[in-house]
Design a protein around this ligand. Structure first.
Ligand code: C2E
Ligand code: CA
Ligand code: CA
Length: 377
């Protein structure tokens, strides 16, 4: 009996008796069964298990030290091929291939991980990363003392935000506040800063009602519309009077926001004091400032730096102080690093100050210790 097959344009005639007669491959043994036709071919004198007794694929028969394979092809007459090999020959033949395949696999996976990492890093811009950081609460705040210049006692603190990136390095607000602005998430940042300050210093303020904290807000906060309500809600939830939280608005934001005047009015009616930050660096002049209801001016560090330096623009700081006084605003000097500056500022009627001379921005633990020392001094 012959077995006839057609595959594509090929016609095949198989003589089952001749097929594998006496053929052994590298000491292995193989046989062919055609189910339905009850044809079988196996080498003479070779014992092979019947396909019906085997699982398809490879079976390792440790007892006899053999690898038995059964492969089935589902044609009209299903064909089974059963082959038996010794385990040793099997490994000898396939181990190098398996090892090579494993090595290639590892390399491919590594390349894939590298490519995915590079591509996602590029796509995860600073903005996206910041968004994620805000969501995951990776922003934290530090406090810089604001002192009464005459006594050097701490009367308040400016709350300054920081971002701890994955990997641990800390990013300063100069870098990421503009990113938060362009991502439209600055109001969320402001809310987080306020929440943190309330959490960390709420108790301190409750015990010392004279103590004030300042938070920084920008044009976005003014235009978002919810700033006054958010302030009121958060401060009330902490059980504090509104006056314990003051707001600093940079001169630039004042100029840029059409809402500034009305928002400032609302905030002040609620009981918060409002300060103009970085005063002197922008466009503000006397006539302009008169349009706003304000409480104090923060004289920017660049002017404080000129004190006692004999620099050409050193008398600008005198003019700024005069301007503030004529508007009946309190003055706060920023970036004080030397005692001579304190003396000069006091002599010119500046009552409050802030700078590395009195304390760098610090975490809440250090700040509380510094505050306690300041009180007992
Ligand atoms: P700023 O409001 O003028 O804050 C004062 C900055 O001057 C702080 O930098 C502070 O570390 C630094 N500084 C204070 N005293 C000295 C001094 O004696 N010498 C020197 N060299 N530097 C001093 P920081 O914390 O990096 O903040 C930079 C700016 O980022 C702030 O300027 C403020 O405009 C903005 N910023 C900080 N926190 C926030 C925030 O929570 N919200 C918003 N919208 N802006 C924030
Ligand atoms: Ca400020
Ligand atoms: Ca400032």
């Amino acid at each position: 009996q012959f077995f006839l097959m057609r595959f594509g344009h090929h016609d095949v005639v198989i003589d089952p008796l001749a097929l594998l007669d006496g053929v052994t491959v590298g000491g292995g043994k193989a046989g062919l069964w055609v189910e339905g036709l009850r044809m079988a071919s196996r080498p003479w004198g070779v014992e092979l298990p019947e396909p019906g007794t085997l699982e398809p694929g490879l079976t390792i028969n440790r007892a006899d030290g053999e690898v038995v394979s059964r492969f089935s092809i589902g044609t009209i007459f299903p064909i089974d091929i059963v082959a038996v090999d010794s385990i040793d020959t099997f490994w000898e033949r396939y181990l190098p291939v398996l090892l090579l395949a494993a090595a290639v696999g590892v390399v491919l996976v590594a390349v894939w991980i590298y490519v995915v990492f590079r591509v996602s890093r590029r796509h995860l811009s600073l903005g996206a990363e910041l968004r994620e950081a805000v969501r995951q609460d990776r922003l934290f705040v530090v406090y810089q003392p604001i002192v009464d210049l005459a006594t050097a006692r701490i009367v308040g603190a400016e709350v300054l935000v920081r971002w701890r990136r994955e990997g641990g390095n800390v990013v300063n607000p100069d870098v990421f506040i503009p990113v938060a602005e362009s991502e439209g998430i600055l109001c969320d940042v402001t809310q987080r800063v306020l929440d943190k300050a309330m959490q960390e210093l709420g108790g301190t303020i409750r015990r010392d009602p004279e103590f004030r904290i300042n938070i920084n807000v920008t044009r976005e906060d003014l235009e978002h519309g919810e700033l006054p309500d958010r302030l009121a809600r958060t401060v009330a939830a902490a059980g504090l009077p509104p006056g314990s939280v003051n707001v600093e608005i940079t001169e630039r934001s004042l100029v840029a926001s059409s809402e500034a005047s009305s928002v400032i009015q609302r905030i002040r009616r609620q009981g918060h004091a409002v300060s103009v930050d970085d005063f002197g660096t922008g466009y503000s002049n006397l006539a302009y400032l008169q349009r706003f209801e304000l409480d104090s001016l923060k004289i920017d560090k660049t002017f404080v730096d000129t004190i006692g330096s004999g620099a050409a623009n050193a008398d600008l700081v005198t003019r700024i102080i005069e301007m503030a006084h004529s508007l009946e605003l309190e003055t706060v000097a920023e970036g004080i690093e030397h005692l001579e500056q304190v003396k000069w500022l006091l002599a010119h009627g500046v009552s409050r100050g802030q700078g590395f001379l009195f304390g760098r921005p610090m975490d809440v633990g250090s700040f509380k210790k510094t505050l306690a020392r300041s009180k007992s001094a």
